[in-house]
Write a protein that binds this ligand. Structure first.
Ligand SMILES: *Cc1c(COP(=O)(O)O)cnc(C)c1O
Length: 371
């Protein structure tokens, strides 16, 4: 199946913007884009020129990293842009819908709301595992996109590869399966590989989102990748603004993806994984903690006897954590990112002296959840 056949007809017929940088990147005198002919005054930065929309060196580095072909890769401003592009391309307002499994990342539903698309829910199981049967039972003809966060944010549970691939198979011809692998680098090694990126050629309806924002430490650069069927990548390019990737961000990404930085990143992931185990064990010893949920990501989702008091005590010590009490099944939980060993020590110091209950539980703040 060509996955593009499920897209909005008006998007398929769209004539894409042709950028000056695409029309001519030959020649040496560039007078076609109303740019300043002088570089800015900062040294070594030719930022007077519009950037390449999809720089070849970055595509090559990311294609090699994720094990896909260049034409299966779309680089965007974080994986957030990939989510938004997918919803805009596939979901007509008032007609189509996405499916999510709460509790999960809030951007899927937010983008759907902005687009005027429906949101169908098939909740995770009580142990935060994916309920594939519930997903399939909930899919209606309106559902074009099924979002799966693997490992999941905010609970932290992993999703077995086999379950993801079975779901892709079952949805073939009906809906696309968008697998958000923002935290894949932190998951336990799997002999078959953690990512399903290698399965794109067998499943035309599979889409994978990766990002440099987490393990690669580049959240400020806003570089993410969408991996999919080459025809789908070409379709989404039509929706992107003409110059989506800022040159300084591309340079930052290329720096970390090559040479020594790559080795340093792997060492940092090793430290985060070791600290995750240590912090989980320490928290489990704290009287104020009810349960530490198992995590395959760079955070721990922690149930407290009094989450409001725990959050307040941490804040008083200067430690900011994420209040996730607004999510279903997590009404007593905080999400704590794994910091440096010293930062994690601070968390343990504060919480180890906290009694189980110190004050009445406050109501959780309301609103859309982003990260
Ligand atoms: C942090 C996060 C992202 C990353 O977003 P970027 O736009 O790439 O920074 C994507 N998905 C999930 C589930 C996340 O937690």
């Amino acid at each position: 199946m060509n996955p593009v056949e499920l897209a909005r007809p008006e998007i398929r017929a769209l004539q894409p913007y042709s950028s000056a940088r695409m029309e001519a990147d030959t020649g040496s005198i560039w007078l076609n884009a109303n740019e300043s002919p002088w570089p800015p005054l900062a040294p070594d930065s030719p930022w007077n020129r519009y950037p390449d929309p999809q720089p070849a060196p970055l595509l090559e580095a990311l294609a090699e990293l994720y094990g896909v072909r260049r034409e299966q890769l779309l680089v965007g401003r974080g994986s957030d842009e990939g989510i938004d592009l997918m919803v805009r391309a596939f979901c007509a307002a008032g007609r189509d819908a996405i499916l999510v499994s709460p509790p999960t990342f809030g951007m899927y539903a937010l983008c759907a709301r902005v687009q005027g698309a429906g949101i169908v829910e098939a909740p995770l199981r009580r142990d935060f595992a994916l309920d594939a049967e519930a997903v399939l039972a909930a899919v209606t003809p309106a559902v074009k996109l099924v979002f799966l966060c693997a490992p999941n944010n905010p609970a932290g549970a992993g999703v077995p590869r086999a379950a993801i691939l079975r779901l892709a198979e079952a949805l073939a011809g009906r809906a696309l399966l968008v697998v958000d692998e923002a935290y894949a680098e932190f998951a336990d090694p799997d002999p078959a590989g953690v990512s399903v990126a290698g399965d794109l050629d067998r499943h035309a309806n599979l889409v994978v989102l990766r990002t440099l924002s987490k393990a690669w430490g580049l959240a400020g650069a806003r570089i993410g990748a969408l991996l999919a069927d080459a025809r789908l990548v070409a379709l989404l390019r039509k929706l992107m603004p003409p110059y989506p990737l800022p040159s300084p961000s591309v340079q930052a990404a290329l720096r970390v993806l090559t040479g020594q930085d790559r080795q340093a990143m792997r060492e940092r992931v090793r430290i985060v994984r070791a600290e995750r185990t240590r912090l989980a064990a320490g928290l489990a010893q704290s009287r104020c903690v009810r349960k530490v949920l198992p995590s395959q990501a760079n955070f721990l989702c922690v149930r407290f006897h009094d989450a409001a008091a725990a959050g307040a005590a941490l804040l008083a010590a200067g430690v900011v954590v994420r209040d996730v009490r607004r999510y279903p099944m997590l009404g007593d939980a905080l999400r704590i990112s794994i910091g440096t060993p010293a930062e994690n020590d601070r968390v343990l110091e504060v919480l180890q002296v906290l009694p189980p209950v110190t004050q009445p539980v406050e109501s959780a703040p309301r609103g859309e959840v982003h990260a």
